[in-house]
Design a protein around this ligand. Structure first.
Ligand SMILES: [Zn+2]
Ligand SMILES: [Zn+2]
Length: 392
């Protein structure tokens, strides 16, 4: 079977699974599950992969909602990641149902030609992308051993070669003060809410003096219980982001000093913990992106280079994957320009006709990219060399 014949066949197989893929996408969309609680998505995806002949390991790598499926027996081993976690309150506003169903479709299409082309496929179900770092735990436990390249597609408001992916770490802070009656003996109190508010203001002042790609954002998670009790405790949850893991360390120190100063000013103690894992920036791979872009163009979807407003900035645990194996994280348009991810509007588009088109086109573009890497040692070598060069 030659490469074009194989691509045609994979696309036909994906088209013939149209109903299944959209049913899976909509089913995950209507059962939004957060960080490590994605049991419905895990069950739906593993059942579909198994019914299409893949070997499926459920609850893989000690994570009950992760899975590891495989097809093919010899040749280069290419991985596709499925994400399927949702956000609190706004459901699938990041459209991970589309990532999951497109990954499933790519797996079904590519596995239909795996034996003919002598290629091996892995399909990873990676939970908790929205902060829980499922991929990081999976790779630490050996998921990527022997993998030649990895990919996924993420929905957005544009078709883009990559997401501008910056490093991130989360910080939990609690200030401890002294409770007192707020009218009778306020002088005996040490106000933890004041500490948190001053800490917040210090970070707000810091924000003018950080680099363009750096981001700091926090929410109050505890601000006291009742106005007539001086709050003995207050807490915040922060995300600190920077262009890469090394510049992130310097910014983390500055943010922490700003928050601790709020405690110092009010006589409160500041307790903090940086949540593991941190997410690394994405190591881009030009030849790998070229393959995806030309396969996407072949089905009528032109993929642009991000520039100016045509850009999505975020953080993902796929960044950590990209430091271990050659990786791509293209964005696929499922919503009109300007409808950003993490909004209620985007949740609607994730299950709309344009969301469905994203599932099918994403599946096809990825399946064809897998076929390219299976069929040509030269293409795979160019992807590997680009990876080696970037990490040097
Ligand atoms: Zn997201
Ligand atoms: Zn996402």
């Amino acid at each position: 079977m030659d490469v074009n014949e194989a691509k045609r066949h994979a696309v036909e197989v994906i088209d013939s699974c149209n109903d299944l893929l959209l049913e899976v996408s909509h089913s995950i969309h209507s059962h939004p599950e957060e960080n490590y609680a994605e049991h419905h998505a895990h069950d739906v995806l593993t059942a579909a992969l198994e019914s299409h002949g893949l070997d499926v390991q459920r609850g893989a790598y000690g994570l009950p909602t992760a899975f590891d499926a495989s097809a093919g027996t010899t040749g280069p081993e290419i991985a596709v990641f499925c994400e399927y976690d949702a956000l609190p309150g706004i459901g699938h506003a990041c459209g991970h149902n589309i990532i999951a169903a497109a990954g499933l479709g790519a797996a079904i299409g590519a596995s239909a030609v795996a034996d003919d082309l002598h290629g091996r496929l892995r399909v990873f179900g990676s939970p908790a992308e929205e902060g829980g770092g499922g991929k990081v735990f999976m790779l630490e436990r050996g998921a990527l051993d022997g993998i030649d390249a990895a990919m996924m597609v993420h929905p957005a408001d544009a078709d883009l070669r990559w997401m501008t992916t910056i490093a991130v770490q989360q910080l939990m802070v609690t200030w401890h003060g002294e409770a007192a009656h707020a009218a009778a003996q306020p002088w005996n109190g040490r106000n933890a809410l004041d500490a948190a508010v001053l800490g917040y203001m210090n970070v707000a002042a810091l924000r003018q003096h950080i680099r363009p790609q750096e981001r700091i954002h926090g929410v109050f998670t505890n601000g006291g219980d009742k106005p007539n009790i001086v709050p003995a405790s207050a807490a915040m949850h922060w995300f600190v982001r920077a262009a890469d893991i090394s510049s992130l360390e310097a910014l983390k120190t500055r943010v922490l000093s700003a928050l601790q100063a709020g405690g110092d000013a009010t006589g409160c103690s500041t307790e903090f913990s940086w949540l593991e894992p941190s997410y690394a920036e994405l190591v881009r791979n030009d030849p790998f992106e070229d393959l995806y872009a030309s396969n996407s163009a072949a089905i009528g979807r032109i993929v642009s280079e991000p520039s100016g407003d045509l850009n999505v900035v975020g953080s993902t645990d796929m960044g950590n994957v990209s430091h271990v194996v050659p990786s791509i994280h293209p964005m696929i348009a499922v919503a009109p320009r300007g409808v950003g991810i993490h909004t209620e509007k985007f949740t609607e588009f994730a299950a709309s006709a344009s969301g469905d088109a994203g599932v099918l086109d994403g599946a096809k573009a990825m399946a064809m990219t897998i076929i390219d890497l299976w069929s040509s040692a030269e293409l795979l070598r160019s992807v590997t060399s680009a990876f080696d060069a970037r990490l040097k």
